[in-house]
Design a protein. Structure first.
Length: 201
């Protein structure tokens, strides 16, 4: 059975609150059993499947680049509509550190990707797998709180057929419970395909 400290480290839980520790210890005791567990409480106490974490990445194009004003406006709506969510902002160094810590098997092929946007696209999938939460692009403007936390995975559609059926999935906004095999399958498939291919990416 995992230790309390290892679970905290794995999911990025910071703090040593007595109540939190007791809840985690109880979760650890039942995690390896077939017992059905009902978690009750007000919104935000941890009963949702998707963690209240919002992830974003910003990498400067040039060392003296300024944070774009449009990004600032959109980021402001993230904060306004999600005051009780944890917010994580990553740069290129943070991305590499996260991969080295949580997905070291992907670090070498990830570093070989030729364009930064490709690295960011793959990194967002790693975030969904490792931490869960919500990924949102910097040009995404929120008009209301993200309230689909009861689902395991949330994907957005950016193209439909004549009948209104989704035929293309976007990655500008994604949300997930951590450790969903769906994301691991995407990562393995992507890097295995690169490994087998004799053509440059």
């Amino acid at each position: 059975m995992d230790s309390l400290q290892s679970v905290k480290q794995r999911f990025g839980i910071i703090g040593n609150n007595l109540g939190l520790n007791r809840s985690l210890e109880k979760s650890l005791r039942v995690s390896n059993t077939d017992i059905s567990v009902l978690v009750i409480g007000e919104s935000g106490v941890g009963k949702e499947n998707i963690p209240k974490i919002i992830h974003q990445v910003y990498v400067k194009q040039k060392p003296d680049s300024e944070f774009p004003k449009e990004y600032q406006r959109c980021q402001k709506t993230v904060f306004e509509h999600h005051p009780d969510f944890e917010y994580k902002l990553y740069d290129e160094h943070d991305m590499e550190n996260v991969i080295q810590t949580h997905c070291p098997e992907y670090l070498e092929p990830w570093n070989k990707l030729p364009r930064m946007i490709m690295k960011i696209d793959i990194f967002r999938i790693m975030l969904m797998y490792v931490f869960g939460g919500i990924w949102v692009d910097f040009d995404y403007h929120f008009f209301k709180t993200f309230d689909l936390l009861q689902h395991k995975i949330v994907l957005t559609c950016n193209k439909e057929d004549e009948l209104g059926n989704p035929i293309s999935v976007a990655n500008a906004l994604m949300a997930s419970q951590p450790n969903q095999p769906f994301w691991k399958n995407i990562l393995d498939s992507f890097f295995n395909q690169i490994k087998k291919s004799d053509k440059p990416i």
